[in-house]
Each structure stands twice: as structure tokens, then as C-alpha cells.
Design a binder for this molecule. Structure first.
Ligand code: E4P
Length: 217
């Protein structure tokens, strides 16, 4: 499973990328606003910091505007993935980007039928929003399972990118449901390393090791 970071914070990104466990990055207009910095500059810096795909979202609502913005974003670096909303205009733009060889991440997916259309349009990634569906009273993980079944039934290449992840349990469940990737907020990514029994066990081992008075080196 590929693990992406859902962030525009370059320092946090560099710190976690140093583990070698970060396969890519996703951003959205909210995260760009949070950074307080110019989008094109932020995306360029992120693309320098990671080799993998970096999603940069268009702001236009119409196909022509999305195509203009998407081409400009794609020109920033070869690893830019143009993020497009799951609307009728967005899917028309996705189809055109596919013809031009520009990778896309179709975002704000909340149903399996939307995901089917995105795959037919030639999306590189589809982003089902797990957490927001949970907040809405649905089970976000069911959507991953449904999309996995549909994509496998028809051999679609579109990768399922579980988004709106809120917990390490979400990451595990998305992996079990067959998501190809998950995009994870940095705080949740840090949690993936941890288990209380690991910490407790290590404390005990280190205390016993100290009693031996030995040194390995
Ligand atoms: C990433 O591509 C999405 O924009 C992001 O995961 C949304 O997360 P949120 O629902 O926590 O804002």
C-alpha cells in the first residue's frame, strides 16, 4: 500500500519523508490556505522534497478553467498530479488530461457510482472521503470495498486513494478493504509507528539490559 502525506507543511513533510515511508503527498485548497503561502511555490517545494506523486488541486469550476489551471500545475514538476473535483465538468477535464498524459486525482468522491464514472474518464486516482462520510452518518469504509469490487470487476487501472483519514484504524481498514493508497494527516502518520505495548516492552528490555552491564559495541 502506498502511504501519502496529506499536508502542505514542508518541515513536517521533510521530517517524515526521511523515514523513507512516504510515497507521495496530497494537498487541497484548505491546506494551501492553512500554509498562508503562494500555492505554486508550496507545490514546487513539495515536489522537490518527495519523488512520488504530489496532488495539486484546481480551483476553477468549469472544464476550460480546470484544463488551463491543470496544465499550469502539471508544468511545475513531472510528479504533479492534477486534482480535479468529481463533477461533470471535472470528469470531462479528467478525460482530456488522460489524453494529454497528465495524471489526475479525482477528489470529493462520496459514492461508488461517482467512482465508476471517474474510472471511465481515465482518472489516475480516485479519492473517496472516508472521514467525511463517517461524519455524515455513513460507513466510509464500505465505499472503499464497493469501489474495489467495481474496479476489479472491470479491470480499471484507477487507483483507490483513501482520503479524509482520521485515525490509524482508518489506515488499517482501508488497507484491508483493498485501497491502493491512503493519504494521511501527519499526526495520524506519527501514530502508525506506535503501540503502548511496544513502548512498555522496550522500557522493560532496556531496564534488563542495563542490569547486564554489557555493551554491544
Ligand atoms: C486529500 O486529498 C483530501 O483533500 C483530504 O484527505 C480531506 O481530508 P479532510 O476531510 O480531513 O479535510
Amino acid at each position: 500500500m502506498q502511504l501519502f502525506l496529506d499536508t502542505t507543511d514542508i518541515n513536517i513533510l521533510k521530517d517524515l519523508a526521511a523515514t523513507g515511508l512516504v510515497d507521495g503527498v496530497t494537498t487541497n485548497p484548505t491546506l494551501i490556505a492553512k500554509s498562508g503561502r503562494p500555492m505554486l511555490q508550496v507545490i514546487a517545494e513539495i515536489c522537490d522534497a518527495v519523488e512520488g506523486p504530489v496532488s495539486a488541486e484546481v480551483a476553477a469550476m468549469d472544464t476550460v478553467g480546470m484544463l488551463d489551471e491543470g496544465r499550469k500545475l502539471a508544468a511545475i514538476a513531472p510528479n504533479v498530479v492534477v486534482k480535479v473535483p468529481l463533477t461533470r465538468d471535472g470528469l470531462i477535464a479528467t478525460r482530456e488530461f488522460a489524453h494529454e498524459g497528465i495524471a489526475t486525482n479525482v477528489t470529493l468522491c462520496f459514492s461508488a457510482s461517482q467512482a465508476l464514472l471517474a474510472a471511465k474518464a481515465g482518472a489516475t486516482y480516485i479519492s473517496p472521503f472516508i472521514g467525511r462520510l463517517d461524519d455524515h452518518g455513513a460507513d466510509g469504509m464500505d465505499l472503499i470495498t464497493e469501489i474495489r469490487t467495481i474496479y476489479d470487476n472491470y479491470d480499471y487501472d484507477t487507483e483507490i486513494l483513501a482520503a479524509s483519514i482520521r485515525s490509524s484504524a482508518h489506515v488499517k481498514e482501508a488497507a484491508m478493504a483493498g485501497a491502493d493508497c491512503a493519504t494521511i494527516p501527519p499526526s495520524v502518520f506519527q501514530e502508525l509507528f506506535k503501540h503502548p505495548l511496544t513502548e512498555k516492552g522496550l522500557e522493560l528490555f532496556m531496564a534488563d539490559w542495563a542490569k547486564t552491564g554489557q555493551s554491544i559495541l
